[in-house]
Design a protein around this ligand. Structure first.
Ligand code: FES
Ligand code: FES
Length: 499
């Protein structure tokens, strides 16, 4: 039996000694100010709480290490200290999506206990274990200095009141509630009778699925149901622009990347759902994936229904040949942007529940709830009015939450089971599933006259949109449209291919 206190209240724990403190806080005590940003990797700081006067990442701390520990989460901080630090963060613009903020506030409290007047160097060292994708850290440093000054002077901070006019900085909507961990993200929401889902991903980037055996998974105690593509009542493919992305890859079909979903399990707990996933047996015929965008341009079709280069944006103006012939100076070269993971701190999570009237309610953290509604309705073969999507402000998206990701699966499971279902990805699943920012290869040639004035621009760009169309053609339209930057160039010849 392990004994300790949480926010001053005595607790005893006799469960799995390997369980992490974060799991215990979030799942057993329903304390959700501590967030899960990296699934136990100890690299983001979102789960930071105070343990025996030190800032600790609760996702790496096992319950067996906590005998006689004093644990404090934001909920147990002295009100004045919590309020002052949180308001300092709000007033300095250090709360954007706010997913990282409770962890940073916990860190700040511990720092200021030891060093009431820290230098910028000490602040930077203290917050090093924390990742914030939104603020750029400068605002966080400013907020900590501001909080330290206020605490030393015993000042009561108020959220800055503004005129509400354009040109004046305003505190972000619900920033204070978010900062103190009282504004739920999707993963923080709990519904009565909710079940938990997990997904079985493809084991190969490209493979024909020969068979999917779910028998053992179905037999695992606590499993409610295992779903595959044949359970989808409506459209089996979705997509923001082209409808080419399979919700699940069924028997006889081919996977296109390791983020493709083969099956889903819904169970009493997330742990059981994940155990059941391991019991699903998939037989594949492994194929060679296409990984080079230049090979793909005129290569064998990845999606039989469309060419790999499915969109090209072109425009010309003036006389490009004449302009280059006249140019005194010409510069050319190949420029590339790399594939970029968006790195939002909040991983994908969705909750769906039947509305009792033949429809469904979905809690989504996406960047386009009307698109979610359209695509979920297609999957379920329901009129759009039967699907209600509630936008839960997310912990960052940066373009990586535009596509429908797990909202479709969650809705399908909840609808067919007639029960509320939550599905939350781990960090590695998140990186595996969502599309990345497009690598673009740009051959660019620019000509200038004798005064250095730009007179000609030629661009040949190829953008890699990955396994599915996603928003690739819109991105390449922007590559083309922004090629001249802020300059007026009278003669241009631009072509941008989406592959
Ligand atoms: S460091 Fe604990 S969730 Fe990221
Ligand atoms: S405000 Fe820090 S991750 Fe968004």
């Amino acid at each position: 039996m392990i004994q300790f206190t949480v926010n001053g209240i005595k607790k005893q724990f006799s469960g799995d000694p390997e369980k992490t403190l974060l799991e215990y806080l979030r799942n057993d005590l329903k304390i959700t100010s501590a967030k899960d940003g990296c699934s136990g990797q100890g690299v983001c700081g979102s789960c930071t709480v105070e343990v025996n006067g030190k800032a600790k990442m609760s996702c790496t701390l096992k319950m067996k290490k906590l005998d006689n520990a004093e644990i404090l989460t934001m909920e147990g901080f002295p009100e004045y200290i919590k309020d002052t630090i949180a308001k300092a963060f709000v007033n300095k613009g250090a709360v954007q999506c706010g997913f990282c903020t409770p962890g940073l506030i916990s860190r700040t409290k511990v720092l200021l206990q030891k060093k009431p007047d820290p230098t910028i160097g000490e602040i930077q060292k203290a917050i090093k274990p924390h990742l914030c994708r939104c603020t750029g850290y400068k605002k966080i440093e400013d907020a900590i200095v501001y909080a330290a000054d206020a605490l030393r002077e015993n000042k009561k901070l108020e959220i800055t009141k503004t005129s509400g006019k354009i040109g004046v900085p305003h505190p972000k909507y619900q920033a204070y509630q978010t900062a103190i961990g009282k504004r739920d993200f999707v993963e923080d929401i709990r519904l009565e009778g909710m079940l938990y889902a997990a997904l079985k991903f493809s084991d190969h980037p490209k493979a024909k699925v020969l068979s999917i055996n779910t028998e053992d998974a179905e037999k695992l105690p606590g499993v409610h149901r295992v779903f595959t593509a044949k359970d989808i009542p409506g459209e089996k493919k979705v997509g923001l622009i082209l409808q080419d992305w399979s919700v699940m890859i069924g028997e006889g079909e081919t996977t296109h990347y390791i983020g493709d979903v083969i099956a889903g399990v819904v169970a009493e707990t997330e742990k059981i759902a994940r155990e059941a996933i391991e019991l699903i047996n998939v037989q594949y015929e492994v194929l060679k994936p296409v990984t080079d965008v230049f090979e793909a341009i005129d290569g064998e079709r990845v999606h039989p229904e469309r060419p790999n280069n499915f969109n090209t944006t072109k425009f010309t103006r003036g006389d490009i040949e004449e302009a280059f012939a006249k140019a005194k100076y010409i510069s050319k070269g190949r420029y590339e942007t790399q594939r970029i993971e968006h790195g939002f701190l909040e991983k994908e999570a969705a909750i769906a529940r039947p509305d009792g009237k033949g429809g469904l309610e979905l809690f989504s953290q996406s960047q386009g709830v009307y698109e979610d509604r359209r695509q979920v309705a297609m999957i379920l073969e329901l009129p759009e009015e039967k699907v209600r999507v509630t936008l839960v402000p997310n912990g960052g998206g940066f373009g990586g939450k535009e596509d429908l990701s797990i909202q479709g699966h969650t809705s399908l499971f909840a609808y067919l089971l007639d029960k509320p279902v939550k599905l939350a990805l781990t960090r590695s699943e998140s990186i595996r599933l969502h599309p990345k920012r497009h690598p673009v290869f740009m051959d660019m040639e620019v000509g200038a006259d004798e005064n250095g004035k730009l007179i000609a621009l030629r661009l040949r760009a190829v953008g890699d949109t990955g396994a599915y169309a996603s928003v690739g053609d819109k991105v390449l339209e922007r590559v083309a449209g922004h090629a001249a930057g802020g300059y007026f160039i009278p003669n241009i010849d631009i072509e941008a291919k989406t592959v």
